[in-house]
Write a protein that binds this ligand. Sequence first.
Ligand code: FAD
Ligand code: DHB
Length: 390
Amino acid sequence: MRTTVGIIGAGPAGLLLARLLHDAGIDSVVLESHDREYVEHRQRAGILEQGTADVLRAAGAGVRLDKEGLRHDGIELRYERRRHRVDFPGLTGGRSVTVYAQTEVCKDLIALQLADGGPLLFEAEALAVEGVEGERPRVRFRHAGAEDVLECSYVVGCDGFWGIARQAVPPEVSRTFERAYPFAWLGILADVPPSHDELVYARHDRGFALLSMRSPSVSRLYLQVPAGTDADDWTDDEIWDELDRRLETDDGWTLRRGPITQKSVTPMRSYVHEPMRHGRLFLAGDAAHIVPPTGAKGLNLAVGDVVTLARALAHEKETGSPELLDTYSADCLHRIWQAERFSYDMTTMLHRAPDADPFDSRLQLARLERIAGSRAASAELAEGYTGFSY
Ligand code: FAD
Ligand code: DHB
């Protein structure tokens, strides 16, 4: 099998890249190790930055997004039983975010790709990437019980943090930067209307809690739990009781409870692999970098990477010049480190570290008070949340 761009992974990064390349007249093949059902139902991100929503619309994946997505003009910070709203448009010159689940983004992009795009092979597991320093890189993969080879001009690793593409970068070239956190998120989906019309990020002495949503009738909520927690360690009643404690306010706000339909634990880490290109291999999305989920940056970063890469590949096709491919890694890393900083700041401001002392707690509260009391500090948060430009 032969193509111009071999894409490993059909998460948001791989699927959107295939779409952007199709629109630029560049052929590609996507290899995805899981089946379609799995990719379309894996619960993950929920918040799209304005730039991400605009890119999806321009790629033709905006119809359901515009019908079912919920525009949010702010978030609420909650601490010491008080609330403070951060108004995005007023602080950023009009920007907002959209609540639209990653599962739905993937469904929309898969439907487009299967309708008129290049091959998208499910249950096709990439085994190794070879020859990236030469002119004809290859992906060895297994599909339908047989091994095959995909010959490409370029290979793009969109295969997430646990993928294999990164391994094709020689260790003497790779530099990695990492921070593991001693806590995780227990996330639930519940069939109950959200108890607030905007997201609530809560700092509490017992740990962080987040109220989010998937639709006007489905709530998504998260609780900080110790790293290594098993979701089944928590009964449904224990989860609601703990959410109640951490989200409680002095003004009589109440949390609506409903049947929990899904429960899972997400570990938290910060990670960056540099460079994001080696020879004819490019890395994009979680394959190259991870942020802790506080602040909802992961999917948006993946979109930023593939927009940058698709532009560079289109430029090379049109002009014969590799100049944008040559700057891909540096162009992306600039934006990625800003998001790493933002996600780290949000995480450390809102979570309780197991070894936190009263001084740490006071500093967290001082950071929150600063946001509540200063337009400049609020604007800094609003700009980061609604997205860094690319
Ligand atoms: P992935 O979505 O991980 O996709 C990689 C794909 O590659 C997978 O389908 C995998 O099966 C496939 N693959 C792996 N290995 C191989 C192989 N060898 N061969 C073939 N295929 C392979 N981000 C936000 O922006 N906003 C949020 O609100 C947000 N909330 C989150 C909440 C949770 C609980 C979690 C876990 C994450 C959240 N994120 C959020 C992060 C976001 O989900 C990820 O950053 C995003 O999925 C990255 O997309 P990706 O395409 O790079 O990688
Ligand atoms: C969601 C996830 C996040 O990481 C976040 O900061 C906000 C919302 C969500 O899944 O809805």
